[in-house]
Design a protein around this ligand. Sequence first.
Ligand SMILES: Cc1cc2nc3c(=O)[nH]c(=O)nc-3n(C[C@H](O)[C@H](O)[C@H](O)COP(=O)(O)OP(=O)(O)OC[C@H]3O[C@@H](n4cnc5c(N)ncnc54)[C@H](O)[C@@H]3O)c2cc1C
Length: 383
Amino acid sequence: MSSVTWPFTEEHEQLRKSIRDFVEKELAPHASEWEEKEYFPDWVFTKLGEAGFLGLAYPEEYGGSGGDYLTTIVLAEEIGRCNSGGLAMAVGVQTDMAVPPVHKFGTEEQKQRYLIPALKGEKIFCLGITEPNAGSDVAGMETTAKKVDGGWVVNGRKIFITNGARAHAMTLIAKTDKEAGHAGMSLFIVDTDTPGFEVARTLEKLGMHSSDTAEITFTDMFLPDDALLGNEGEGFYNISWELQGERLIGAAGTIASSRRVFEAALAYAKERHTFGKPIGKHQVIRHKLADMATEVEAAQQLVYTAAWKVNRGEYPVREISMAKLLTGLVSWKVVDAAMQIFGGYGYSMEFPIQRAWRDSRLIRIGGGTDEVMRDVIGKMEGL
Ligand SMILES: Cc1cc2nc3c(=O)[nH]c(=O)nc-3n(C[C@H](O)[C@H](O)[C@H](O)COP(=O)(O)OP(=O)(O)OC[C@H]3O[C@@H](n4cnc5c(N)ncnc54)[C@H](O)[C@@H]3O)c2cc1C
């Protein structure tokens, strides 16, 4: 019987194998060092670019591989095998968050200048949405871009910006018309060496240690007219589109990691003995593992349904929101149960469970919280 399962094909599985080989050989051996020291090095982006993994679903004319959307899901599932959630997240920001708007809304000149080097891993991107006073409420942002002769002058600040300390470019959303509500925001591409762009600080976090997270300030930062990405006034709608890809890729990566955590807990439950038998033979542990297996399976199928719909050209906001919510809840439950199964070793820094436990908590906050997902789902149910 073929090992290929829905919604993937033989080609997707070949791609999976080549990404897995790369991740296990090139990235995983360094994960602990990168987690404990100063972030992972920039060469990770260029090596991933050389291997073609940053442009899997982008057109060949810009250096991509011209693959379908499911190739992106394969990457999200496999990159987590490096055992560093921070690295996986940083790569996801490049492939599925900051760069897709450049491809979808950018001019040909912008694609030549930014998309091509981004897919090569030569230009690292970050995404600037969240602000100190506006996270879930994106439209409450205070960063402004004021129209002046020949361009825009930007003032404000963004916080929690993944890749922010190392990026060459930022996909930025700012208010261009304070009176126009949702139609008063626009996207820009910002070169991070523009005068007025400053990395104010990097933030210490509970997990995702190998990834840099920055607070950025903009002080009278002049952007030329051609820095505008997409049409003026359409930034909110365009970033809402971007967030769908961000959420689905986050959900795919999260549940794949949860499956690996489950598998580790299962293996441990077979080998660790207490009271004369493997702990997995105690009914309490067996049932816990059965629940973990069931919930991971269900959440992963929901991710695949959403991804399959995207692959068919649909825009399944409902399923994506559900997948983001459910994978976050399941992943937290699974990783916490796994820590319990590993006992004291789970809590020890010598075992990787603690890292997965810390890293996995973020998905319920980043890219739209559980509560925001429930609001979106509720609205789509007519509430
Ligand atoms: C490690 C990390 C990396 C990140 N990377 C990026 C990045 O690269 N780019 C970027 O732009 N952002 C990034 N973020 C920011 C992230 O997307 C936000 O933290 C998230 O959207 C929540 O915003 P907030 O922190 O301001 O929380 P708030 O919006 O202040 O929410 C606080 C709490 O109130 C709840 N809440 C808010 N509104 C409602 C409501 N209407 N009903 C019910 N409950 C509500 C929320 O669910 C949450 O529980 C990152 C965050 C972290 C921690």
